[in-house]
Design a protein around this ligand. Structure first.
Ligand SMILES: [Zn+2]
Length: 324
């Protein structure tokens, strides 16, 4: 039930706060490890090249040596910096961490945020006006972020939506939460759609052929490559089916995964989870419950056969996909 899932996430995010950065302090060149100018997208000079490649390294390690009009694409790897939010909360490099794991979620929601803006994925120094999310603790001189990550207004919106807990049509969620600047622009709206609406349809649509797949919920918007979204499948930071299966486990919503298996079987859609992608913790959990031991060497798990067809049939039909 969506209300239960939303309540669960609200609880996991209880301590999560989002603040706006007032300033960060970093010294050049002393605190710089590496400084490079990212390449421009040849099709759209207002964006970075989708390869993430660099045009040149700034050997002086001083941003003042880069022309002002090029500084938006300057990426810096810092050894140290610190800063304050508009309400005076201290934060520093070294305290930013992969936070959603710590909060009990493995949705990789923060994974997007290295690409939160047009600067590089490793440039974690947030600038004035940007948002950071994290957990606070009491320091000697007042509150400080004990861990944090750079985030976006879409992430802020996502957190507020989940806290309100009200279902919302998936197209509306996508309009608000699709991330055209991110490599995995679908993560936020797919998460909200699952948690608030109990809707697994985006995962079914991944398996449909292009001529059968309905419009993407963000159809009409531009994607990471600057192309208009039509009916492409969703992109998540890792295998979409593993993502759904693990969400089903972490948020204690077995119905989501059950519904997915029933729908795929009803529509005759074959999914290869967990053959593709890494080790799925939800699969492991199901096997452990039956006192089976996952076959880590081949990455082959037995759990899915009872839902669809015999293992022998499946192996025969999908022999090309069997890991060797
Ligand atoms: Zn799984």
């Amino acid at each position: 039930m969506s209300a239960e899932a939303a309540a669960k996430v609200q609880q996991l995010w209880e301590k999560l706060v989002i603040r706006r950065v007032s300033r960060t302090i970093a010294r050049e060149p002393e605190d710089v490890i590496r400084m490079e100018l990212k390449a421009v997208n040849p099709d759209d000079p207002t964006r970075l090249h989708y390869s993430g490649g660099s045009e040149r390294v700034i050997t002086s390690m001083r941003s003042s040596d880069v022309p002002k009009e090029d500084r938006w694409r300057l990426s810096t790897y810092w050894r140290h910096f610190y800063g304050f939010t508009t309400d005076g909360v201290y934060f520093a490099l070294g305290r930013h961490e992969v936070i959603d794991h710590g909060l009990g979620l493995h949705a990789e929601l923060e994974h997007d945020d290295g690409r939160a803006d047009r600067r590089g994925i490793y440039d974690y120094r947030p600038l004035e006006g940007e948002l950071i999310a994290g957990e606070l603790s009491e320091g000697q001189k007042g509150p400080l972020f004990n861990r944090w990550f750079r985030c976006t207004r879409q992430f802020l919106f996502l957190v507020n939506l989940i806290r309100i807990g009200q279902p919302m049509p998936k197209q509306e969620l996508a309009q608000k939460l699709y991330r055209p600047t991110a490599g995995w622009g679908d993560t936020y709206w797919v998460f909200a759609n699952l948690v608030l609406n109990d809707d697994i349809s985006p995962f079914i649509e991944v398996l449909m052929s292009e001529d059968q797949r309905p419009s993407h919920a963000a159809a009409g918007m531009k994607d990471f490559f600057g192309l208009v979204v039509t009916n492409q499948a969703i992109h998540l930071p890792f295998d979409a089916f593993q993502w759904l299966h693990e969400m089903s486990l972490w948020l204690e919503q077995p119905e989501w995964w059950k519904k997915f298996l029933e729908e795929t079987s009803r529509l005759g859609l074959v999914h290869f989870h967990p053959v593709w992608g890494g080790v799925c913790e939800a699969c492991e959990f199901e096997m452990m419950k039956n006192l089976d031991f996952p076959d880590y060497e081949s990455g082959w798990f037995d759990y899915q056969f009872p839902y669809s067809e015999s293992r022998a049939n499946f192996l025969e039909r999908n022999s090309n996909y069997r890991p060797v």
